[in-house]
Design a protein around this ligand. Structure first.
Ligand code: UT7
Length: 324
C-alpha cells in the first residue's frame, strides 16, 4: 500500500513583525510576562495583500517548486484553516485560482490547531486508495483578524502564516500511523464565534466581535495531558519508543506546554523542534511552517522517524508518525 510521502515543503510569513514591546503599548503586559509564560518574543501580522489564501498560495508555490511539480499536476488541494477568507467558497478554492491548479478539486477542513494533522491523515487515505494522486496540503491562518487586541489573555499568543506540503505515494516513506481524537463537549474552553467576512472588499463596517475566546489554564492542562496520551498511544501501536524517533515537531502553542511534554515523555532537547518564540501560535499553520524550516535546514535523513503532535479548539488533538 502507498503512503503519503513528502515531495516538497514551503512556507510564507507576513512581513510585519509584532514584538512584545509593541504589545506593551497596546495592553497591560510586559515582555518578561509574555516570555516567561509563553516563550513568545515576536509574531507575524498579515497586512495588505497578505490575505489567508495569498499566504497559502505563496507557501504552495514554494512547496511545488521543491517537489519539481507544476500547479497543473495537483489533484487535490486541502487547506486546514479556522480563518478562511470567506465562509464560501473555501480557502482551498481561492488557492486553486491563485496558483492555477486547474486539474485539482479543493476543499477546506477545520480541526483548529490539529487541522494539519487531520489533513495528513486524510491525504494518506486518499493516496492509499488512489496511489497516483498529488496532494497539496496547506495549513494557513490570518488569526490576527479574529483576535480582540484589547484582550491580553489572547492577543499575546497568536500570529499569522502559512505552511504547505506536496504529498505523493511511496512504498516506504511517508505517513506510517496516526492517532486522532476530539471531544466536542469541551468546545467552550476555546472557541471563535461565527465570523464576519475577512474579505476587505465586503467587510462589514460593524464589527460585533467574533474573537478568539479561551480559558487559558484549562486549555493548558488539557493540552499537556492529551498530547502526551496521543504520543504514548501512537508509539505503543507502532511498537516504538521515544529513542526510535529522530525528531518531534509539535504544534507551537506555548513553550511551557512543550517543556511539560519534554519532561513527561523524557524527550531529549535536540529531538524536539521549537520556533514558537518567533511566530507565536499560528494554529493549523504552525506544524507545516516548522516542518518547512526543518526540511530546509536538512535536519533529517532518509529513513528517520518523525512524529507530529497537536492540540486545539474542539477540542481536537492527535499524533502522526512519518518516515522521512
Ligand atoms: O493551541 C492551543 C491554544 N491555546 C494555548 O496554547 C493556551 C494555553 N494556555 C496558556 O498558555 C496559559 O494559560 C496562558 C499563557 C494563556 C496564561 O498563562 P497562565 O500562567 O495560565 O496565567 P493565568 O491565566 O492563570 O493568569 C495569571 C495572571 C492573572 O492575573 P491575576 O488574576 O493573578 O492577578 C492574569 O490576569 O496573569 C494575568 N495575565 C497577564 N498579565 C500580563 C493574563 N494575561 C496577561 C498578560 N500580561 N498578557
Amino acid at each position: 500500500m502507498k503512503h503519503a510521502a513528502l515531495l516538497g515543503t514551503g512556507s510564507c510569513l507576513p512581513r510585519r513583525i509584532l514584538t512584545n514591546s509593541d504589545l506593551e503599548k497596546m495592553v497591560e503586559t510586559s515582555d518578561d510576562w509574555i516570555v516567561s509564560r509563553t516563550g513568545i518574543r515576536t509574531r507575524r501580522i498579515a497586512g495588505k495583500g497578505e490575505d489567508n489564501f495569498r499566504l497559502a498560495g505563496r507557501a504552495a508555490k514554494k512547496a511545488l517548486n521543491m517537489a519539481g511539480l507544476s500547479a497543473a499536476d495537483v489533484d487535490l488541494i486541502l487547506v486546514a484553516t479556522i480563518t478562511p477568507h470567506m465562509m464560501m467558497p473555501s480557502c482551498a478554492c481561492f488557492v486553486q485560482a491563485e496558483i492555477g491548479a486547474e486539474n485539482a478539486f479543493a476543499y477546506d477542513l477545520n480541526a483548529a490547531c490539529s487541522g494539519f494533522l487531520y489533513g495528513l491523515d486524510l491525504a494518506d487515505k486518499y493516496i492509499a486508495s488512489q496511489p497516483d494522486m498529488n496532494v497539496l496540503l496547506i495549513g494557513s491562518e490570518t488569526l490576527s483578524a479574529r483576535i480582540n487586541w484589547q484582550d491580553r489573555n489572547t492577543c499575546i499568543l497568536f500570529g499569522d502564516g502559512a505552511g504547505a506540503v506536496v504529498l505523493s505515494g511511496s512504498d516506504t516513506r511517508g505517513v506510517q500511523a496516526s492517532c486522532l481524537y476530539s471531544d466536542g463537549r469541551l468546545w467552550n474552553l476555546l472557541y471563535m464565534d461565527s465570523p464576519e467576512s475577512l474579505n476587505p472588499e465586503i467587510k462589514q463596517k460593524d464589527r460585533r466581535g467574533c474573537y478568539m475566546q479561551m480559558s487559558g489554564p484549562d486549555v493548558f492542562k488539557f493540552a499537556v495531558r492529551s498530547m502526551e496520551q496521543a504520543i504514548r498511544n501512537l508509539l505503543r501501536k507502532e511498537n516504538l519508543s521515544i529513542d526510535d524517533l529522530a525528531l518531534v515537531i509539535p504544534h507551537q502553542a506555548n513553550i511551557r506546554i512543550l517543556n511539560k511534554l519534554v519532561e513527561r515523555l523524557v524527550i531529549p532537547e535536540e529531538k524536539i523542534f521549537i520556533n514558537v518564540e518567533r511566530y507565536g501560535n499560528t494554529s493549523a499553520a504552525s506544524i507545516p511552517i516548522a516542518l518547512d524550516e526543518v526540511n530546509r535546514k536538512n535536519r533529517l535523513q532518509r529513513g528517520d522517524k518523525l512524529l507530529f503532535c497537536s492540540f486545539g479548539g474542539g477540542f481536537t488533538w492527535g499524533a502522526v508518525l512519518m518516515q522521512w
